[in-house]
Design a protein around this ligand. Structure first.
Ligand code: LRH
Ligand code: MN
Length: 393
């Protein structure tokens, strides 16, 4: 299979040029596991420096014009000033992530905690995050809850769902304008018996109950091994409830590795469903975000690589001959249908993307260009002293 030419190629290039991938502020900071957080030179010490790094990723890729914030990791006195700084750097402040999973009060849960005072505290944080969105102009409030239990009998599962629903309702009713609530699910960790939003079905059910502003967020690392994520994508697309992705990859659990590193074919299959539904463009209302931790590798090049991996999976999905595919599917020609998809997946799209970058005035090889830029040497020299940013866990 070869890359098409003429109008067909123009259509593919247009779709790739309109792609937008939001990078996470926390991926620029130190991160690790419960065993060790390995600090790295040049790591940001505050949200301003995180935004500078995110802007650098956008400068070399051209498709990462916004950065997701996490509160309180990105707490500042003046979010208007932070927004202006981001704009000066050529990026925008994106999704606001609430954090009700690191406070001692939340040991037995945040919005699902048996203690109404603790629930109140957690809900007030969610509302405070919407206040921040009002200043930054962010569209999306992303909610991931670590809430769950570790032992059978620890709490009443149905009662916790009632508490969750009540908290979500209060946050939802606070939204205005084009603001949305993204409910992210996760099978387990840090809870190891029940998790209150463990799977797409639970998130979907709560989002249906809440209303049209509530959408499901799929974190690709949050499923049981063997889960067919593209089925979940197709189902939620059809239901109009797919709001966002937290892209990363994993070999075992929530490893938060570079998207496409563990299973590039899975990212392709996911993007194939999105291309088939014409849902890759920014106007289609799906937020494409990375949610990764670069525990041992250099952070900025890893994020540039991750953005390129999403672009490559998207380009391959855009090369699928959908006419031939539908013909084979309609005629029950299983092998041809599969071959049509595999032809696209096995096509080298790197020259196409390199040309596209060159036409945008970017270096065809963003990672090499980043290394040549001296940006790392500069931040390593400048960012001395102060406390490096991290999860503070
Ligand atoms: C939870 C999660 C969530 C974020 C956090 C940084 O595992 O995926 O999206 O809040 O990582
Ligand atoms: Mn996530």
């Amino acid at each position: 299979m070869t890359v098409p030419t003429g109008p067909e190629l123009d259509a593919v290039r247009r779709r790739l040029l309109e792609q937008r991938i939001e990078t996470p502020s926390w991926a620029y900071g130190n991160s690790g596991t419960r065993f060790k957080v390995f600090a790295q030179e040049g790591v940001p010490r505050n949200p301003y420096e995180k935004i500078d790094d995110a802007a650098t990723v956008h400068r070399f890729t051209g498709v990462a014009p916004s950065v997701a914030l996490h509160i309180p990791w990105d707490q500042v006195d003046d979010y208007d000033k932070l927004s202006k700084h981001a704009a000066d750097q050529g990026v925008a402040l994106g999704t606001i992530n609430a954090n009700v999973f690191q406070d001692d009060d939340y040991k037995l849960g945040s919005v699902t905690n048996p203690d109404p005072a603790v629930r109140r505290k957690a809900i007030d944080h969610l509302l405070a995050c919407v206040d921040i969105m009002d200043v930054t102009g962010s569209r999306d409030l992303k909610l991931w809850f670590a809430d769950g239990t570790n032992y059978p009998g620890q709490d009443n599962i149905r009662a916790r769902q009632d508490r969750l629903a009540a908290a979500l309702r209060e946050a939802y009713d606070r939204l205005t304008g084009d603001q949305r609530l993204l409910l992210e699910y996760k099978l387990f960790e840090p809870a190891f018996y029940t998790t209150d939003v463990p799977d797409w079905g639970t998130s979907y059910a709560h989002c249906l109950e809440l209303g049209e502003r509530a959408m499901v967020c799929i974190d690709t690392g949050h499923h049981a091994p063997g889960t067919n994520i593209e089925f979940i994508v197709a189902f939620l697309l059809r239901a109009g409830k797919l709001g966002a992705f937290d892209f990363n990859s994993r070999f075992y659990a929530d490893d938060d590795l570079m998207v496409g590193a563990a299973d590039p074919f899975q990212v392709f299959r996911i993007m194939n469903e999105l291309v088939d539904a014409d849902a890759t463009g920014p106007s289609k209302g799906i937020a494409y975000m990375l949610d990764q931790c670069h525990n041992i590798e250099a952070k900025i090049p890893a994020i540039i690589r991750s953005v390129m991996n999403v672009q490559e999976a998207t380009a391959k999905a855009l090369l699928v001959d959908r006419t031939a595919l539908q013909r084979a599917q309609q005629s029950g020609d299983v092998l041809t249908a599969n071959a049509v998809l595999m032809d696209a997946f096995n096509t080298d799209v790197r020259p196409l993307l390199a040309d596209l970058r060159a036409d945008q005035g970017l270096d065809p090889d963003p990672i090499a260009a980043y290394h040549r830029s001296g940006y790392f040497e500069r931040i390593r020299a400048e960012r001395v002293g102060g406390e490096q940013a991290g999860w503070g866990a």
